[in-house]
Design a protein around this ligand. Structure first.
Ligand code: XMP
Length: 323
């Protein structure tokens, strides 16, 4: 099949068009797959979740989803994947707790690109090991979307960890490969996926790994995960959400004072940006009340943190992420 979006495909802007697309895809998926089995790396991101939901409708238990928890996901994400797909959609879902494995490999590594490489390689290794345990799989599901084809020659998110294990010899199943992101979201909504999955903000493949600046330690990573949940919860109360909002924890400490004693603690950095294409980004105003609420909650509830900062840097020159 060519990689040019077919002219017959209308832009999917509403539920009716999404339902038409879903019916058409179910027919095509059944024709392609027959009674074969499909393996899918399900991160819980919009694209892989929509592909999973489509395949569940088309082939049910012949879809085998693998969710790898690398320890760098946001608070509640692995649990949500299990709840939505295993419990609500009755999917065949293999949950792999690979947290120790990833964090052991990352211990002491501070160079950002080396961290990314380790996370990417380990992901492929874990996924390939799970695939090797399964018999009779002929197909690999992929959440490739049209911008992936246009921008990176069909390789899913070039700098992502969710790419196709190159040594695995499967026929690809890519039901949303001609859709733009906003269309994938409309289809996801029509498939009944929860809003916080469908309208999720972009999240890097290496996840919290690039926000736990420098060499990742388990305690600093846990503090980052807690602080991130607070930042998201408070910013999501605003009438208009920034394009991306999160926090980072640099690997330095500064002085705090508690019970009349000085001690060293980490600083949490709040980051929120608006952008169209992530190439340039501006910093939206955040109401001071929201910032102070975030500060108070983080200081009260997040272990080891004694300072909260707001990053007002624009891109360029600062990148959106801290690494
Ligand atoms: P930067 O930090 O380069 O980020 O301004 C631009 C956008 O890309 C995301 N990002 C990543 N996404 N893997 C990804 O899948 C990565 O390694 C990665 N690094 C940055 C970032 O969150 C922002 O949306």
């Amino acid at each position: 099949m060519s990689d040019i979006r077919p002219e017959s495909l209308k832009r999917i802007t509403n539920e009716t068009l999404a339902n038409g697309f879903i019916e058409e895809q179910i027919k095509e998926l059944r024709a392609q797959i027959g009674d074969g089995k499909v393996l899918l790396a399900l991160s819980g991101g919009v694209d892989s979740s929509v592909v999973a939901a489509l395949l569940i409708k088309a082939i049910g238990k012949n879809l085998v989803c693998v969710h790898v928890n690398h320890g760098l996901l946001r608070k509640g994400e692995p649990e949500q994947v299990i709840r939505v797909f295993r419990e609500e959609m009755d999917a065949n879902l293999i949950y792999v707790d690979a947290v120790d494995r990833f964090l052991d490999k990352l211990a002491g590594v501070s160079d950002p690109e080396t961290k990314r490489k380790i996370i990417g390689k380990e992901f492929i290794d874990v996924f390939a090991e799970e695939a090797a345990k399964l018999d009779g799989i002929r197909f690999l599901g992929q959440g490739t979307i049209y911008p992936d084809i246009l921008e990176s020659k069909g390789v899913k998110a070039h700098h992502n960890v969710g790419g196709l294990p190159p040594e695995l010899d499967f026929e690809l199943v890519e039901p949303v490969k001609f859709l733009y992101k906003d269309e994938v979201r409309v289809v996801g909504k029509a498939l009944g996926l929860p809003d916080n999955m469908v309208y999720r903000q972009p999240f890097p493949g290496p996840g919290l790994g690039v926000r736990c600046v420098g060499a990742i330690t388990r305690d600093r990573l846990e503090s980052l995960r807690e602080a991130d949940a607070i930042v998201r919860e408070e910013i999501e109360k605003l009438p208009e959400r920034p394009w991306q909002y999160f926090c980072a924890i640099p690997d330095f400490q500064s002085t705090g004072i508690k019970d009349s004693k000085r001690y060293m603690g980490w600083a949490v950095v709040i980051r929120a940006v608006n952008t169209v294409d992530a190439v340039t980004a501006t910093v939206p105003e955040i109401p001071f009340k929201t910032l102070t609420t975030i500060r108070d909650r983080i200081i009260a509830d997040v272990p080891g943190v004694n300072r909260v900062l707001w990053d007002i840097s624009e891109k360029p020159v600062s990148t959106i992420e801290w690494e």
